[in-house]
Design a protein around this ligand. Sequence first.
Ligand code: C2O
Ligand code: CU
Length: 462
Amino acid sequence: MTGFTRRQFHQSVLSAAAAAALPRVAGAETAPLLRARTGSARLAPAEYPETRIWGYDGTVPGPILRAQQGQRISRVFQNDLPQASSVHWHGIRIDNAMDGVPGMTQAAVEPGATFLYDFVLPDAGTYWYHPHNRTYEQMARGLYGALIVDEATGAPEVDLDEVLLLDDWRLSDDAQIAEGFGNMRDWSHAGRIGNWITVNGDGGWSRAVPRLARMRLRLVNTANARIFTLAARGLEGWVVALDGMPLEAPQPLAELTLAPAQRADIIVDVVAGEGEEAFLVSFERDGGYAIAAFRVTHAARETRMTAPDALPPNPVPALGPLESARRADLLMEGGAMGGMAGAMMGGQMMEMREMVAAGKVWAFNGMADMGDTPLIEANRGETVRIAMTNDTRWQHGMHLHGHHFRQIGRDGALGPLRDTLLMNRGETAEIAFVADNPGDWLLHCHMLEHSAGGMMTWLRVL
Ligand code: C2O
Ligand code: CU
Protein backbone atom coordinates (compact mmCIF):
# COMPACT_ATOMS: atom_id res chain seq x y z
CA MET A 1 0.00 0.00 0.00
CA THR A 2 1.29 3.41 -0.85
CA GLY A 3 0.67 6.82 0.58
CA PHE A 4 0.84 6.17 4.31
CA THR A 5 3.56 8.12 6.03
CA ARG A 6 5.77 7.82 9.10
CA ARG A 7 4.03 4.87 10.70
CA GLN A 8 3.68 2.85 7.53
CA PHE A 9 4.96 -0.69 7.35
CA HIS A 10 5.86 -1.39 4.34
CA GLN A 11 -13.67 -26.86 13.42
CA SER A 12 -14.64 -29.73 14.11
CA VAL A 13 -17.45 -30.73 16.55
CA LEU A 14 -15.97 -32.67 19.41
CA SER A 15 -18.86 -33.82 21.48
CA ALA A 16 -22.56 -33.82 21.70
CA ALA A 17 -22.12 -31.85 24.90
CA ALA A 18 -21.99 -28.70 22.82
CA ALA A 19 -25.70 -28.18 23.17
CA ALA A 20 -26.87 -24.61 22.97
CA ALA A 21 -26.51 -23.06 26.38
CA LEU A 22 -29.42 -20.96 27.46
CA PRO A 23 -29.22 -18.04 29.83
CA ARG A 24 -29.58 -19.69 33.19
CA VAL A 25 -28.26 -17.25 35.71
CA ALA A 26 -30.63 -15.19 37.76
CA GLY A 27 -30.36 -11.58 36.72
CA ALA A 28 -29.45 -12.45 33.15
CA GLU A 29 -32.10 -10.04 31.92
CA THR A 30 -30.21 -7.23 33.58
CA ALA A 31 -26.70 -8.05 32.31
CA PRO A 32 -25.41 -5.34 29.98
CA LEU A 33 -25.21 -6.11 26.27
CA LEU A 34 -22.01 -6.68 24.37
CA ARG A 35 -22.97 -6.38 20.73
CA ALA A 36 -20.80 -7.57 17.87
CA ARG A 37 -21.71 -5.46 14.87
CA THR A 38 -20.40 -3.63 11.87
CA GLY A 39 -19.12 -0.11 12.24
CA SER A 40 -16.48 2.22 10.97
CA ALA A 41 -13.27 3.48 12.48
CA ARG A 42 -10.66 6.06 11.65
CA LEU A 43 -7.69 3.70 11.47
CA ALA A 44 -5.82 5.58 8.75
CA PRO A 45 -4.85 9.27 8.50
CA ALA A 46 -7.47 11.94 7.81
CA GLU A 47 -6.89 11.98 4.03
CA TYR A 48 -8.19 8.40 3.82
CA PRO A 49 -11.79 7.27 4.24
CA GLU A 50 -12.83 5.61 7.46
CA THR A 51 -12.44 1.84 7.53
CA ARG A 52 -15.47 -0.43 7.70
CA ILE A 53 -14.86 -2.77 10.63
CA TRP A 54 -16.53 -5.38 12.79
CA GLY A 55 -16.38 -4.38 16.42
CA TYR A 56 -17.79 -5.07 19.85
CA ASP A 57 -20.37 -2.33 20.31
CA GLY A 58 -19.28 -1.27 16.82
CA THR A 59 -15.92 0.14 17.91
CA VAL A 60 -12.23 -0.77 17.57
CA PRO A 61 -11.17 -1.75 20.12
CA GLY A 62 -14.37 -2.85 21.85
CA PRO A 63 -15.23 -1.38 25.25
CA ILE A 64 -12.78 -1.93 28.09
CA LEU A 65 -14.46 -4.32 30.50
CA ARG A 66 -13.18 -3.74 34.00
CA ALA A 67 -13.90 -5.31 37.38
CA GLN A 68 -12.16 -6.18 40.59
CA GLN A 69 -10.48 -9.50 41.27
CA GLY A 70 -13.00 -11.95 42.73
CA GLN A 71 -15.96 -10.19 41.13
CA ARG A 72 -18.12 -11.47 38.28
CA ILE A 73 -18.43 -10.21 34.75
CA SER A 74 -21.81 -10.69 33.06
CA ARG A 75 -22.58 -9.72 29.51
CA VAL A 76 -25.31 -10.74 27.14
CA PHE A 77 -23.40 -11.23 23.93
CA GLN A 78 -25.57 -10.28 20.99
CA ASN A 79 -24.38 -11.26 17.56
CA ASP A 80 -25.40 -8.70 14.97
CA LEU A 81 -22.77 -9.86 12.49
CA PRO A 82 -23.50 -11.74 9.28
CA GLN A 83 -21.51 -14.74 10.65
CA ALA A 84 -21.79 -16.98 13.68
CA SER A 85 -19.46 -15.94 16.50
CA SER A 86 -18.59 -16.42 20.16
CA VAL A 87 -16.56 -14.63 22.82
CA HIS A 88 -13.42 -16.13 24.34
CA TRP A 89 -12.02 -14.44 27.46
CA HIS A 90 -8.36 -14.89 26.81
CA GLY A 91 -6.22 -15.77 29.83
CA ILE A 92 -9.05 -15.92 32.34
CA ARG A 93 -8.92 -19.15 34.34
CA ILE A 94 -12.59 -19.41 33.62
CA ASP A 95 -15.47 -21.79 34.21
CA ASN A 96 -15.23 -24.11 31.17
CA ALA A 97 -18.82 -23.46 30.02
CA MET A 98 -17.91 -19.77 29.60
CA ASP A 99 -14.73 -20.31 27.54
CA GLY A 100 -16.42 -19.44 24.25
CA VAL A 101 -15.17 -22.27 22.04
CA PRO A 102 -17.84 -23.27 19.50
CA GLY A 103 -18.28 -27.00 19.13
CA MET A 104 -16.56 -27.59 22.44
CA THR A 105 -17.91 -25.45 25.25
CA GLN A 106 -20.96 -23.99 23.50
CA ALA A 107 -22.67 -23.78 20.15
CA ALA A 108 -21.63 -20.87 17.95
CA VAL A 109 -23.91 -17.86 18.42
CA GLU A 110 -25.77 -17.47 15.14
CA PRO A 111 -26.50 -14.08 13.59
CA GLY A 112 -29.31 -12.45 15.54
CA ALA A 113 -28.85 -14.74 18.56
CA THR A 114 -27.55 -14.04 22.06
CA PHE A 115 -25.49 -15.88 24.68
CA LEU A 116 -25.07 -15.00 28.33
CA TYR A 117 -21.48 -14.94 29.55
CA ASP A 118 -21.26 -14.82 33.32
CA PHE A 119 -18.10 -15.77 35.18
CA VAL A 120 -15.84 -15.05 38.13
CA LEU A 121 -12.47 -13.35 37.77
CA PRO A 122 -10.00 -15.31 39.90
CA ASP A 123 -6.90 -13.33 38.92
CA ALA A 124 -6.00 -9.67 38.73
CA GLY A 125 -4.24 -8.43 35.62
CA THR A 126 -4.49 -7.61 31.93
CA TYR A 127 -6.68 -9.92 29.86
CA TRP A 128 -8.65 -9.54 26.67
CA TYR A 129 -11.58 -10.92 24.75
CA HIS A 130 -12.06 -11.95 21.14
CA PRO A 131 -14.16 -14.30 18.99
CA HIS A 132 -13.35 -17.98 18.65
CA ASN A 133 -15.18 -18.69 15.41
CA ARG A 134 -13.50 -17.90 12.07
CA THR A 135 -11.16 -16.04 14.37
CA TYR A 136 -8.67 -15.33 11.57
CA GLU A 137 -11.33 -13.27 9.78
CA GLN A 138 -13.28 -11.85 12.72
CA MET A 139 -10.23 -10.55 14.59
CA ALA A 140 -8.71 -9.17 11.40
CA ARG A 141 -11.92 -7.18 10.97
CA GLY A 142 -11.55 -5.62 14.42
CA LEU A 143 -13.31 -7.79 16.99
CA TYR A 144 -11.34 -7.56 20.22
CA GLY A 145 -11.28 -5.65 23.48
CA ALA A 146 -9.50 -5.48 26.83
CA LEU A 147 -10.67 -7.12 30.04
CA ILE A 148 -8.91 -5.51 32.99
CA VAL A 149 -9.08 -7.05 36.43
CA ASP A 150 -8.01 -4.69 39.20
CA GLU A 151 -6.09 -6.00 42.19
CA ALA A 152 -8.36 -6.41 45.20
CA THR A 153 -5.54 -5.02 47.34
CA GLY A 154 -1.96 -3.95 46.74
CA ALA A 155 -2.40 -2.20 43.39
CA PRO A 156 0.76 -0.26 42.49
CA GLU A 157 0.83 3.47 42.95
CA VAL A 158 0.68 5.11 39.51
CA ASP A 159 -0.51 8.42 38.05
CA LEU A 160 -1.95 6.88 34.90
CA ASP A 161 -3.17 3.43 33.94
CA GLU A 162 -3.38 2.98 30.16
CA VAL A 163 -4.50 0.00 28.12
CA LEU A 164 -2.67 -0.16 24.79
CA LEU A 165 -4.00 -2.73 22.32
CA LEU A 166 -1.49 -3.24 19.51
CA ASP A 167 -2.81 -4.45 16.18
CA ASP A 168 -1.81 -4.61 12.57
CA TRP A 169 -4.24 -4.41 9.70
CA ARG A 170 -4.06 -5.37 6.08
CA LEU A 171 -5.59 -2.38 4.37
CA SER A 172 -6.26 -1.72 0.72
CA ASP A 173 -5.33 1.59 -0.97
CA ASP A 174 -8.63 3.09 0.14
CA ALA A 175 -7.96 2.01 3.75
CA GLN A 176 -10.49 -0.85 3.70
CA ILE A 177 -9.78 -4.24 5.24
CA ALA A 178 -8.35 -6.43 2.50
CA GLU A 179 -10.23 -9.64 1.81
CA GLY A 180 -8.39 -12.90 1.23
CA PHE A 181 -8.72 -14.26 4.74
CA GLY A 182 -8.31 -17.81 3.49
CA ASN A 183 -5.11 -17.06 1.55
CA MET A 184 -3.10 -20.30 1.75
CA ARG A 185 0.16 -18.44 1.28
CA ASP A 186 -0.51 -16.59 4.56
CA TRP A 187 -1.72 -19.74 6.21
CA SER A 188 1.37 -21.75 5.30
CA HIS A 189 3.84 -18.94 6.04
CA ALA A 190 3.86 -16.40 8.90
CA GLY A 191 0.11 -15.75 8.89
CA ARG A 192 -1.77 -12.63 7.81
CA ILE A 193 0.70 -9.84 8.46
CA GLY A 194 -0.73 -6.35 8.03
CA ASN A 195 0.63 -3.17 6.49
CA TRP A 196 -0.74 -0.69 9.04
CA ILE A 197 -0.20 -0.66 12.78
CA THR A 198 -2.60 0.86 15.28
CA VAL A 199 -2.69 1.33 19.02
CA ASN A 200 -6.26 1.34 20.35
CA GLY A 201 -7.46 1.58 16.75
CA ASP A 202 -5.45 4.73 16.11
CA GLY A 203 -2.58 4.91 13.62
CA GLY A 204 -1.14 7.92 15.45
CA TRP A 205 -1.95 7.26 19.10
CA SER A 206 -0.70 10.05 21.33
CA ARG A 207 -1.46 11.60 24.70
CA ALA A 208 -0.03 14.25 27.02
CA VAL A 209 1.78 13.15 30.18
CA PRO A 210 3.58 15.12 32.87
CA ARG A 211 7.33 14.68 33.18
CA LEU A 212 8.21 12.15 35.91
CA ALA A 213 4.67 10.84 35.95
CA ARG A 214 4.47 7.12 36.64
CA MET A 215 2.34 5.06 34.25
CA ARG A 216 1.17 1.51 34.19
CA LEU A 217 0.94 0.54 30.54
CA ARG A 218 -0.97 -2.62 29.74
CA LEU A 219 0.26 -3.84 26.38
CA VAL A 220 -1.72 -6.45 24.48
CA ASN A 221 -0.82 -7.91 21.08
CA THR A 222 -4.17 -8.33 19.33
CA ALA A 223 -2.73 -8.91 15.85
CA ASN A 224 -3.56 -12.08 13.93
CA ALA A 225 0.05 -13.06 13.44
CA ARG A 226 2.53 -10.21 13.89
CA ILE A 227 5.15 -10.58 16.60
CA PHE A 228 5.91 -7.16 18.08
CA THR A 229 9.40 -6.28 19.27
CA LEU A 230 9.05 -3.18 21.41
CA ALA A 231 11.18 -0.71 23.30
CA ALA A 232 10.55 2.54 25.15
CA ARG A 233 12.23 5.87 24.47
CA GLY A 234 12.02 8.61 27.10
CA LEU A 235 10.29 6.17 29.44
CA GLU A 236 12.16 4.08 31.98
CA GLY A 237 10.83 1.31 34.14
CA TRP A 238 10.04 -2.31 34.71
CA VAL A 239 8.03 -5.22 33.41
CA VAL A 240 5.77 -6.24 36.28
CA ALA A 241 3.47 -8.84 34.70
CA LEU A 242 3.31 -11.13 31.66
CA ASP A 243 0.06 -12.54 30.27
CA GLY A 244 -1.74 -11.02 33.25
CA MET A 245 0.39 -12.79 35.86
CA PRO A 246 2.68 -10.78 38.16
CA LEU A 247 6.41 -11.46 37.99
CA GLU A 248 7.96 -12.40 41.31
CA ALA A 249 10.14 -9.31 41.01
CA PRO A 250 9.86 -6.39 38.59
CA GLN A 251 12.34 -6.75 35.70
CA PRO A 252 14.09 -3.71 34.24
CA LEU A 253 12.40 -2.83 30.94
CA ALA A 254 14.56 -3.37 27.86
CA GLU A 255 13.45 -4.87 24.57
CA LEU A 256 10.12 -6.61 24.87
CA THR A 257 8.78 -9.27 22.52
CA LEU A 258 5.05 -9.85 22.33
CA ALA A 259 3.74 -12.77 20.30
CA PRO A 260 0.09 -12.64 19.22
CA ALA A 261 -2.16 -12.72 22.34
CA GLN A 262 0.70 -12.06 24.75
CA ARG A 263 0.50 -9.19 27.23
CA ALA A 264 2.95 -7.26 29.32
CA ASP A 265 2.21 -4.83 32.13
CA ILE A 266 4.97 -2.29 32.41
CA ILE A 267 5.42 0.45 34.99
CA VAL A 268 7.37 3.37 33.54
CA ASP A 269 8.38 6.85 34.59
CA VAL A 270 8.35 9.65 32.02
CA VAL A 271 12.00 10.74 31.91
CA ALA A 272 11.93 12.73 28.65
CA GLY A 273 12.14 16.49 29.15
CA GLU A 274 9.24 18.91 29.20
CA GLY A 275 8.24 19.76 25.62
CA GLU A 276 9.76 16.54 24.28
CA GLU A 277 8.03 13.34 23.26
CA ALA A 278 8.47 9.87 24.70
CA PHE A 279 7.65 6.84 22.57
CA LEU A 280 6.79 3.24 22.43
CA VAL A 281 8.80 1.95 19.48
CA SER A 282 8.11 -1.13 17.36
CA PHE A 283 11.05 -2.64 15.49
CA GLU A 284 10.24 -3.79 11.98
CA ARG A 285 12.47 -5.20 9.31
CA ASP A 286 13.25 -1.72 8.03
CA GLY A 287 13.73 0.05 11.34
CA GLY A 288 11.98 1.32 14.41
CA TYR A 289 8.62 3.10 14.31
CA ALA A 290 6.93 5.12 17.00
CA ILE A 291 3.55 3.46 17.52
CA ALA A 292 2.53 5.45 20.63
CA ALA A 293 3.69 8.95 21.55
CA PHE A 294 3.59 10.73 24.90
CA ARG A 295 3.83 14.55 24.76
CA VAL A 296 5.64 15.60 27.90
CA THR A 297 4.24 18.52 29.88
CA HIS A 298 5.24 20.26 33.15
CA ALA A 299 6.70 17.94 35.78
CA ALA A 300 4.41 15.92 38.02
CA ARG A 301 7.03 15.83 40.77
CA GLU A 302 10.62 16.85 41.36
CA THR A 303 12.32 13.48 41.54
CA ARG A 304 11.48 10.00 40.33
CA MET A 305 9.39 7.78 42.53
CA THR A 306 11.11 4.82 44.16
CA ALA A 307 11.10 1.48 42.34
CA PRO A 308 7.75 -0.35 42.50
CA ASP A 309 7.17 -3.51 44.50
CA ALA A 310 6.07 -6.69 42.78
CA LEU A 311 2.33 -6.90 42.12
CA PRO A 312 0.50 -9.16 44.56
CA PRO A 313 0.59 -12.77 43.29
CA ASN A 314 -2.53 -14.41 41.84
CA PRO A 315 -3.85 -17.63 43.43
CA VAL A 316 -2.35 -20.04 40.87
CA PRO A 317 -1.48 -23.38 42.50
CA ALA A 318 2.20 -24.30 42.79
CA LEU A 319 3.43 -27.12 40.56
CA GLY A 320 3.58 -30.59 42.07
CA PRO A 321 6.66 -32.82 41.66
CA LEU A 322 7.73 -32.74 38.02
CA GLU A 323 9.24 -36.25 37.97
CA SER A 324 5.90 -37.88 38.61
CA ALA A 325 3.85 -35.45 36.49
CA ARG A 326 1.64 -36.73 33.70
CA ARG A 327 3.39 -36.14 30.38
CA ALA A 328 2.61 -35.63 26.72
CA ASP A 329 4.67 -34.77 23.67
CA LEU A 330 3.50 -32.40 20.98
CA LEU A 331 5.24 -32.44 17.62
CA MET A 332 4.49 -29.33 15.57
CA GLU A 333 4.89 -29.89 11.82
CA GLY A 334 3.99 -28.49 8.43
CA GLY A 335 3.91 -25.11 6.79
CA ALA A 336 5.94 -23.88 3.86
CA MET A 337 9.38 -25.42 3.52
CA GLY A 338 8.55 -27.77 6.36
CA GLY A 339 8.93 -30.96 4.36
CA MET A 340 5.76 -32.52 5.77
CA ALA A 341 4.57 -35.27 3.42
CA GLY A 342 1.09 -35.57 4.84
CA ALA A 343 -0.97 -36.03 7.97
CA MET A 344 -4.13 -37.60 9.29
CA MET A 345 -7.33 -35.73 8.49
CA GLY A 346 -10.80 -36.93 9.32
CA GLY A 347 -9.31 -40.28 10.30
CA GLN A 348 -7.52 -40.73 6.96
CA MET A 349 -3.97 -40.24 5.83
CA MET A 350 -3.79 -37.31 3.41
CA GLU A 351 -0.97 -36.11 1.23
CA MET A 352 0.16 -32.52 1.61
CA ARG A 353 -1.44 -31.60 -1.73
CA GLU A 354 -4.83 -32.84 -0.58
CA MET A 355 -4.35 -31.10 2.74
CA VAL A 356 -3.70 -27.74 1.09
CA ALA A 357 -6.88 -28.18 -0.93
CA ALA A 358 -8.73 -28.71 2.35
CA GLY A 359 -7.11 -25.67 3.98
CA LYS A 360 -4.98 -27.68 6.39
CA VAL A 361 -1.25 -27.13 6.16
CA TRP A 362 -0.06 -27.84 9.71
CA ALA A 363 -0.24 -30.82 12.02
CA PHE A 364 0.14 -31.66 15.69
CA ASN A 365 1.40 -35.19 16.30
CA GLY A 366 0.64 -36.07 12.69
CA MET A 367 -2.97 -34.85 12.81
CA ALA A 368 -4.21 -31.84 10.88
CA ASP A 369 -7.55 -31.50 12.57
CA MET A 370 -8.70 -31.97 16.11
CA GLY A 371 -9.32 -35.58 16.92
CA ASP A 372 -11.98 -36.81 19.26
CA THR A 373 -9.41 -37.92 21.81
CA PRO A 374 -7.55 -35.33 23.84
CA LEU A 375 -3.79 -34.88 23.76
CA ILE A 376 -3.86 -35.59 27.44
CA GLU A 377 -6.49 -36.44 30.02
CA ALA A 378 -5.58 -35.36 33.54
CA ASN A 379 -7.18 -35.78 36.88
CA ARG A 380 -8.13 -32.58 38.55
CA GLY A 381 -5.18 -31.24 40.51
CA GLU A 382 -2.58 -33.29 38.66
CA THR A 383 0.60 -31.63 37.45
CA VAL A 384 0.96 -31.98 33.68
CA ARG A 385 4.02 -31.51 31.47
CA ILE A 386 3.87 -31.05 27.73
CA ALA A 387 7.07 -31.15 25.69
CA MET A 388 6.51 -29.22 22.46
CA THR A 389 8.84 -29.45 19.49
CA ASN A 390 8.58 -26.88 16.73
CA ASP A 391 9.70 -28.90 13.74
CA THR A 392 8.74 -26.14 11.28
CA ARG A 393 10.46 -23.18 9.65
CA TRP A 394 8.13 -20.70 11.38
CA GLN A 395 7.59 -19.20 14.79
CA HIS A 396 4.48 -20.09 16.76
CA GLY A 397 2.76 -18.61 19.80
CA MET A 398 1.32 -21.55 21.69
CA HIS A 399 -1.71 -20.77 23.84
CA LEU A 400 -3.36 -22.93 26.50
CA HIS A 401 -6.94 -22.23 27.57
CA GLY A 402 -8.13 -22.21 31.17
CA HIS A 403 -4.71 -22.43 32.84
CA HIS A 404 -1.41 -20.61 33.10
CA PHE A 405 1.79 -22.64 32.76
CA ARG A 406 5.50 -22.27 33.36
CA GLN A 407 8.25 -23.21 30.98
CA ILE A 408 10.69 -25.73 32.40
CA GLY A 409 14.14 -24.46 31.44
CA ARG A 410 16.99 -26.70 30.30
CA ASP A 411 18.52 -26.36 33.75
CA GLY A 412 15.20 -27.13 35.39
CA ALA A 413 14.56 -23.50 36.30
CA LEU A 414 10.92 -22.48 35.99
CA GLY A 415 9.86 -19.54 33.84
CA PRO A 416 7.17 -17.00 34.68
CA LEU A 417 3.48 -17.93 34.55
CA ARG A 418 2.16 -17.44 31.01
CA ASP A 419 -0.77 -18.44 28.86
CA THR A 420 0.99 -18.02 25.51
CA LEU A 421 4.55 -19.06 24.69
CA LEU A 422 6.52 -17.95 21.64
CA MET A 423 8.48 -20.79 20.08
CA ASN A 424 11.21 -20.22 17.56
CA ARG A 425 11.98 -22.42 14.57
CA GLY A 426 13.38 -25.74 15.61
CA GLU A 427 12.88 -24.96 19.29
CA THR A 428 11.76 -27.44 21.92
CA ALA A 429 9.94 -26.10 24.96
CA GLU A 430 8.45 -27.97 27.84
CA ILE A 431 5.64 -26.44 29.87
CA ALA A 432 4.10 -27.53 33.15
CA PHE A 433 0.90 -26.59 34.94
CA VAL A 434 -1.52 -27.86 37.52
CA ALA A 435 -4.61 -29.13 35.73
CA ASP A 436 -6.98 -27.74 38.30
CA ASN A 437 -9.73 -26.42 36.03
CA PRO A 438 -12.15 -29.16 34.95
CA GLY A 439 -13.33 -29.29 31.36
CA ASP A 440 -12.09 -29.48 27.79
CA TRP A 441 -9.44 -26.90 26.91
CA LEU A 442 -7.78 -25.94 23.68
CA LEU A 443 -4.05 -25.80 23.11
CA HIS A 444 -3.32 -24.01 19.85
CA CYS A 445 -1.10 -21.64 17.99
CA HIS A 446 -2.38 -18.07 18.38
CA MET A 447 -1.20 -17.13 14.91
CA LEU A 448 -4.77 -17.41 13.76
CA GLU A 449 -4.04 -18.67 10.26
CA HIS A 450 -1.94 -21.44 11.78
CA SER A 451 -4.60 -22.62 14.21
CA ALA A 452 -7.24 -22.53 11.46
CA GLY A 453 -4.77 -24.44 9.29
CA GLY A 454 -4.40 -27.32 11.72
CA MET A 455 -2.36 -26.20 14.76
CA MET A 456 -5.01 -26.99 17.32
CA THR A 457 -5.46 -29.72 19.88
CA TRP A 458 -7.22 -30.10 23.20
CA LEU A 459 -6.87 -31.46 26.72
CA ARG A 460 -9.38 -32.84 29.15
CA VAL A 461 -9.29 -32.17 32.88
CA LEU A 462 -11.58 -34.55 34.74
CU1 C2O B 1 -6.92 -15.98 22.49
CU2 C2O B 1 -8.00 -19.90 21.79
O1 C2O B 1 -7.50 -17.95 22.13
CU1 CU C 1 1.81 -20.83 14.49
